[in-house]
Design a protein around this ligand. Structure first.
Ligand code: GLC
Length: 796
């Protein structure tokens, strides 16, 4: 029988928390606690790890590979009863004895409640807005009739630094470890000594507000021999061995303290784990959080910040509450985490700490509509990470700087999409004149930067057929040998170029830069002609030609025959005529459809082909090899919306939601509140399984598709365009939208049950003749009533 995600938990009534009631979820279901500099990944039982600025080189606490299966180690709090000598852990794991369990993942916090032997515990984890620490506020209650003498053991295990070195040569990295217990501040401090050019200028620390009786820094002393997290010898004995001055050994941060509770009594305390450059600074932070009042204030501030960040912009209310919850809360939250951490650290990824250019651009693009200031900062950073030739750098790290090798070929496509979105949302056209340095010297205005990336892209279209050269890869990273010899061509890249050119043309036209607009138009028409001539395969578009001139995504191939992105991007680029459109829609709806949404292509590759790349080596249905790739699904929805396919767009949008009713949670496995990167595709025994959850561009695209496409509230250069593309069954819906400082309360009525078309539009009681609302710039609240039906004359 199909099992719903509700078997393991459900959303709170207001949708702001996901409450897990069964700790044995099919995978760890995690949360990101993060202020953008410090980040803590935490599972429903407290598993997970923390890092600072860069998850690749600045890991603080230990992480073990594939922790999506093991969920170990984590931030643990052991309790021991001094009379019975029994011990357990407050997060349920690792001792796994609790008789009651609940974990609420909220926006910026996670609360885990358990109970064992009449002792109730509640741990509230959060990362404050400014300080680089994990805070855990703890409440322990004695529910029994007798006084209880307990011991509390807060615990973490340190990694300190570069996870890959730690995995590859732990025998060496361990020798760099130093740690000790500092009596004055009652805290454990740990660090790694510098090694060749690998400097690690930080200290980790752990402290509690309880009086520390004993401690351990040495892993072995705390853990004992042949034991694991579920039965450390120190906890079993009720005392740590005061191992300090640890040199060149595995290190933990373990403390022990008395906790006596009268019958019915509740005690509160706190544990903090942090990273710092100076011990004095750490001591200040510790002093601040040792005052529980301060800590609670910080918790309230953190909660408030997240609630405002997520709820303080667009708010939608439609007949579909599942849609509302995703669009109002969880997709936005995921977009924030994408922006904070790129594609670095998850429970699946090892986590290189770099921000890749392609992903960052798309993350910032969606962020424009949540927090334009934040997006602007990213935009300017992206402009700087461009060479004067127009070529973007592959990416950068906040710890180690930019990387300088040759980037994938699609990177120059994305900046113009971001810039246009930013301008349309904010009207901040002044930014176009802002001078920004190039990474390799010199500077230019933002407008010039963008023109250069377009020019760079156009110059790549230099194959014999006139298509862009694929180079090391295009959007699809795993076609990594297709064009490696310098001859392979990407049709998809040509489509991406067309989309970028249309965006550039639109901007140049608006700025009355006739020459640029004209050049873009001309180039667009040329590319359109080329693609339609050389890449039309009879019923769909070919995806690419490899170095040997062999097509990928063609009827002449046995595997990888029909590629979704080549069809959806053809639509986004406006390439197919009516006949071709009909054919590709048929293939999208029939050949590529699964009950969970469209696959990236069909059929998957079954044998390694060095003329194509690693994609062919991946197990069928996994990752880029014909998975149900959420990013691709979001492109599909966006393409549907572009051509007004309301029903299909909505259907696919709902299929990709992790809460979709046809998902069996025992098959799907990953968190129901956010998108995984992909679902395993057909042909694989794990068909339908979610994988690589959390950091994925699909959240970016689905957010924009839902708000601007389906709900149809779309910023344009001149104002806010109202152009719904909704299920015809909807009677009405509401959107609250802040646009350029004005607040619009929009009610959209659909008396004739159409999918598209604005018949009447009334702003503050006055009928408008167009569905484009010019900004009033009065920073006031406005009422907008929209009636759908046959479009009014000046509808755009
Ligand atoms: C991953 C990458 C993204 C890429 C996609 C397809 O999601 O983060 O950048 O486009 O895979 O390869």
């Amino acid at each position: 029988m199909q099992q719903s995600y509700k078997k393991y938990g459900d959303f709170s009534k207001d949708g702001l928390e996901f409450i897990i009631t069964n700790p044995d979820t099919p995978r760890p279901w995690i949360n990101y606690l993060s202020n953008g500099e410090y980040c803590s990944l935490i599972s429903q039982t407290g598993g997970g790890y923390s890092f600072y600025l860069d998850s690749g080189v600045n890991r603080l606490t230990r992480w073990a590979p594939a922790n999506y299966m093991t969920d170990q180690p984590g931030r643990y709090l052991y309790l021991r009863d001094e009379n019975t000598k029994e011990y357990w852990s407050c997060g349920h794991r690792p001792v796994e004895k609790s008789s009651a369990f609940e974990c609420a993942h909220g926006l910026g916090y996670t609360i885990i409640k358990t109970e064992y032997a009449n002792i109730k515990s509640e741990m509230t984890f959060f990362v404050p807005l400014k300080d680089s620490i994990d805070v855990c506020l703890i409440k322990i209650t004695n529910k029994g009739k007798n006084k209880r003498k307990l011991k509390a053991f807060p615990f973490v295990e340190w990694l300190l630094g570069d996870w890959s070195a730690e995995l590859g040569i732990r025998n060496i990295t361990i020798l760099l470890n130093r740690g000790y217990f500092d009596k004055d501040s009652e805290a454990i401090f740990v660090t790694k000594y510098p090694w060749a050019e690998k400097k690690w200028p930080y200290f980790g620390y752990i402290a509690t507000t309880l009086k520390t009786n004993s401690f351990d820094v040495d892993y072995e002393d705390f853990m004992g021999k042949y034991r694991d997290y579920s039965n450390p010898i120190a906890v079993e004995n009720g005392k740590c061995s005061n191992s300090t001055d640890v040199q060149g050994m595995n290190m933990v941060g373990a403390l022990e303290a008395d906790l006596e509770l009268d019958a019915g009594e509740e005690k509160e305390f706190l544990v903090m784990v942090g990273i710092t450059k100076s011990k004095n600074e750490a001591k200040k932070v510790m002093a601040k959080y040792r005052d529980l009042g301060n800590a609670k204030k910080e918790f309230e501030n953190t909660k408030k910040f997240w609630h405002e960040a997520i709820l303080g912009n667009t708010e939608v209310s439609t007949p579909d509450k599942e849609f509302d919850r995703a669009v109002n809360i969880w997709i936005k939250y995921q977009v924030y985490m994408n922006n904070h951490w790129g594609r670095s650290a998850t429970f699946y990824h090892e986590g290189g700490g770099e921000f890749g250019y392609r992903n960052t651009t798309q993350d910032a693009w969606a962020m424009v509509f949540l927090n334009p200031e934040y997006a602007k900062e990213k935009l300017l950073k992206l402009m700087y990470h461009q060479r004067s030739s127009g070529q973007p750098l592959p990416g950068w790290s906040f710890a180690t700087g930019a990387s300088e090798h040759k980037p994938p070929s699609d990177f120059p496509i994305w900046p113009v999409l971001l810039l246009n979105a930013y301008l349309k949302e904010t009207g901040d056209f002044g930014i176009l004149k802002k001078k920004v340095d190039f990474y390799d010297g010199g500077n230019a205005t933002v407008y010039e930067h963008i023109k250069k990336s377009i020019k760079f892209l156009m110059d790549m279209a230099s194959s014999k057929r006139g298509l862009p050269l694929m180079g090391s890869q295009d959007w699809n990273d795993a076609f990594d040998r297709t064009g490696i010899g310098g001859k392979g061509e990407s049709v998809w890249l040509g489509m991406g170029l067309c989309v970028a050119l249309r965006n550039m043309e639109e901007l140049a036209n608006f700025l009355k830069d006739k020459k640029t607009a004209g050049d873009c138009r001309k180039r667009y028409e040329e590319m359109k002609k080329i693609i339609n001539k050389v890449a039309w395969d009879g019923n769909w578009y070919i995806y690419a030609f490899n170095d040997y001139g062999e097509p990928l995504g063609s009827r002449s191939t046995k595997e990888g025959k029909i590629q979704l992105n080549a069809q959806t991007w053809a639509i986004l680029a406006g390439l197919p005529d009516e006949d071709k459109l009909k054919k590709i829609l048929k293939t999208i709806d029939k050949d590529l459809a699964t009950p969970y949404g469209q696959v990236l292509f069909t059929p998957g590759y079954t044998e390694y082909n060095s003329r194509i790349g690693r994609i062919t080596a991946f197990a069928i249905g996994t990752k880029e090899n014909a998975a149900i790739f959420c990013h691709g699904g979001a492109f599909k929805v966006t393409a549907d919306l572009k051509i007004g396919r309301a029903k299909e767009a909505y259907k696919t949008f709902k299929q990709f939601l992790s809460t979709a009713s046809n998902k069996d949670i025992e098959v799907f496995k990953t968190e129901p509140y956010i998108y995984p990167e992909y679902l395993v595709g057909p042909g694989n025994p794990r068909y339908g399984e979610g994988a690589f959850s959390w950091l994925t561009g699909s959240a970016d695209w689905f957010y924009v598709a839902a708000t601007q496409g389906i709900l149809g509230i779309r910023p344009e250069f001149e104002g806010l365009l109202i152009d719904p593309c909704i299920p015809s069954s909807w009677d009405s819906y509401k959107v609250i939208r802040v646009f350029r400082g004005d607040r619009y309360e929009i009610t959209i009525e659909n008396p004739h049950h159409v999918e598209r078309g604005v018949a009447e539009i009334i702003l503050d009681g006055k009928i408008l003749s167009s569905n484009l609302i010019k900004p009033s710039n009065d920073k006031k609240s406005h009422r907008l009533k929209v009636v759908m039906g046959k479009p009014c004359s000046k509808s755009k």
